[in-house]
Design a binder for this molecule. Structure first.
Ligand code: TRP
Ligand code: SF4
Length: 333
């Protein structure tokens, strides 16, 4: 029996941080290693243009940086197909065709559209491309007849729209697209050094590539329980971001030891963070080694992406043959 297909993408934001690693990426890797799925993961560089069309200077470098982090984290080209959206022109064709059947009202009521337009008010996002973002995303997904789409909750409205567009296509032209399921994993809520959500744009992130003194200093700068001003104040580990990180990186013994020690003020935050920095450095060790390897061998990255583009392209071409036929838009003259 053919394996169920999984598809997901990320916009090329450059280096990934630990929030990305324990959020989206680890979910992707779990699905890859599960064995029953055929995973397709891609860099959504056309999607980057929807909000950054005026500043495209870093998209290329960001794409490579992100691919390095994917490989370092454990995405394995022998198991997953890794590709770049703009290399598969069929995404643009399917996007165009889906545009024809997507009511504008569906796009205008998309909550992420409204939110992003307000949030990114310094950019002019009153473009056709930005409104059409979810149609391009729908094309990405149904192109591969994906059964499951691992995404964060922020992407749920887009997957919901994809489902509606797929149903509409099936109704109008014939049942060829499975209706994709969003796959939401439980992810730990990791905060940045300043206690806000970890984000590259807040300048509060610990990057996957951070190591040595940089890593130690960042861990040392992390916000702790705000009520714990002095070492003699009892702390509340359940409210402390450092403790959340311990649960990801330290041994179970350390984790059970730290909570009561914090509550009874017998361990200080400086010592607690020192131990965390050591655990993170150790846990990230294999990832850093793989990163070094790929930085030394950019030709391997190129070969991996080229191979992924070929594999994805084969599926995309087959889908478009079907779509053109059903829409009566193939003309053999
Ligand atoms: N919109 C997604 C994000 O911002 C990226 C994306 C583009 C995507 N196409 C996709 C995710 C298809 C899943 C499936 O994170
Ligand atoms: Fe947080 Fe550790 Fe300080 Fe407790 S001792 S408040 S868990 S940093």
């Amino acid at each position: 029996m053919a394996k169920k297909r999984i598809l997901s993408g990320m916009r090329p934001t450059g280096k990934l941080h630990l929030g990305n690693l324990h959020g989206a990426l680890s979910n992707w890797i779990t699905l890859q290693n599960h064995g029953d799925y055929d995973c397709y993961y891609f860099v959504a560089d056309w999607h980057a243009l929807t909000s950054d069309y005026a500043t495209t200077g870093e998209i290329r470098a960001n794409t490579i940086e992100m691919a390095i982090d994917w490989l370092a984290a454990g995405l394995d080209p022998a198991k997953s197909t890794l590709f770049i959206q703009s290399a598969i022109k069929e995404h643009a064709e399917l996007f165009l065709l889906l545009c024809m059947i997507t009511p504008i009202a569906w796009l205008e009521r998309n909550p992420t559209y409204k939110e992003m337009k307000e949030e990114l008010s310094q950019k002019d996002l009153s473009t056709f491309g930005f409104l059409g973002y979810p149609v391009l995303q729908a094309a990405d997904i149904i192109m591969y007849k994906a059964y499951g789409v691992p995404v964060g909750v922020d992407q749920l409205p887009h997957v919901e729209l994809t489902r509606e567009i797929a149903r509409r296509f099936n109704f109008l032209y014939g049942e060829i697209f499975p209706i994709p399921e969003p796959l939401i994993a439980e992810v730990p809520k990791l905060l940045g050094m300043d206690g806000r959500k970890m984000s590259k744009s807040y300048d509060n992130a610990i990057f996957m590539s951070d190591r040595g003194d940089d890593l130690k200093n960042k861990v040392g700068a992390m916000f702790t329980d705000p009520q714990r001003q002095r070492k003699s104040d009892p702390g509340r580990p359940e409210l402390c971001n450092v403790y959340t990180f311990h649960r990801l990186y330290s041994t179970p013994e350390t984790v059970v030891e730290i909570a009561p020690a914090c509550r009874s003020a017998s361990i200080g935050c400086i010592e607690c963070k020192r131990r965390l920095a050591g655990a993170v450095a150790e846990g990230m060790g294999p990832i850093h080694e793989r990163r070094d390897h790929y930085v030394r061998h950019p030709e391997e990255i190129r070969a991996i992406i080229e191979d992924g583009n070929l594999r994805a392209g084969r599926v995309a071409k087959a889908t478009l043959v079907e779509v053109r036929e059903l829409m009566k838009i193939s003309h053999e003259l």
